[in-house]
Design a protein around this ligand. Structure first.
Ligand code: AMP
Ligand code: MG
Length: 268
């Protein structure tokens, strides 16, 4: 088993102590191809079981600095998954309609139904990250949100949703390399947002805002994982294993038929 990278609740997190370059005992992508394939196969089976059982849901929350690889993680981890049992939701700048509600409204509407794996590409955490860094709401408003988030997530967990939170940890140098590679490749220009370039200048403020999140919203019921994400292949391997492991822990069973199967014959 790989290191789980789970942050033990109560730990005081300083992001500089976490190595974004870590690749465990692996040295090259080629070494992870087989274990990743095996994990993806298990994930497909577990997803079918989750869907068949129709009792629990899994919510995966992906957060991180721009270019940290949220989209690539979704592609890499979920490849081959039955799309019918999977919802991906992107959290962008709130629309006027969304902004006219409380900040958790759009997140709650988007959580997965029973039997479904839901992925949040960004999430309600933006409301204590970008919002805080750019003073989009007054301090007295965002300071209340940490507790509100904890209560919201607790309610989800108590109602049968497993909440897995991943911070994709890249270094500032790695972000530079990824932004430069996007600038060089015309097929990647569509991915560059002015906000990414603007936000790079606020790197330290984001680190600080994230550390507050890890120190305030890292609960027993929904702890954070800080995933070394400079190497995409290691990031995908670790996250896939975490997802498989958490589904396995549910000890799911195919539901019993609601009638006596032995009495049934299929007529011509
Ligand atoms: P991307 O993930 O590259 O598609 O960009 C989405 C953008 O929406 C990012 O710049 C986020 O910071 C921004 N965003 C997401 N949620 C919020 C929010 N609640 N308030 C303001 N901006 C947000
Ligand atoms: Mg972006």
């Amino acid at each position: 088993m790989l290191q789980p990278f789970i942050v033990t609740p109560g730990t005081s997190v300083c992001l500089a102590d976490y190595d974004a370059d870590d690749t465990g005992h692996y040295h090259h992508k080629s070494e992870t191809k087989r274990p990743l394939k095996k994990l993806q196969k298990r994930l497909r089976k577990l997803q079918e079981l989750l869907y068949a059982e129709n009792q629990r849901a899994l919510l995966i929350i992906l957060q991180g600095m721009d270019t940290c690889g949220k989209d690539g993680t979704i592609r890499g981890v979920m490849s081959g998954i039955n799309v019918q049992g999977c919802d991906v939701v992107n959290f962008k700048v709130p629309s006027a309609h969304e902004a006219s509600h409380d900040f958790l409204w759009r997140a709650h509407r988007a959580v997965p139904a029973k039997g479904i794996i839901g992925i949040f590409n960004r999430s309600h955490y933006e409301d204590v990250l970008v919002t805080r860094v750019h003073n989009l709401v007054p301090e007295e408003v965002w300071t209340l949100r940490y507790q509100q988030i904890n209560n919201f997530e607790k309610m989800l967990v108590e109602n049968g949703t497993v909440v897995l939170k991943f911070f994709l940890h890249i270094s500032k140098n790695e972000q530079k390399a990824r932004l430069e590679s996007r600038l060089r490749d015309p097929r990647k220009h569509w991915k560059i947002a002015e906000s990414d370039l603007r936000d790079r200048a606020y790197w330290n403020d984001y680190v600080h805002a994230y550390e507050t999140v890890f120190n305030t919203c890292n609960t027993e019921w929904a702890p954070w994982h800080i995933i070394p994400a400079n190497k995409k292949w290691y990031r995908n391997l670790v996250i896939t294993e975490r997802v498989v492991e958490s589904l396995q822990k549910l000890d799911m069973k195919y539901p019993e038929p609601t009638f006596d199967i032995s009495q049934i014959t299929i007529k011509d």
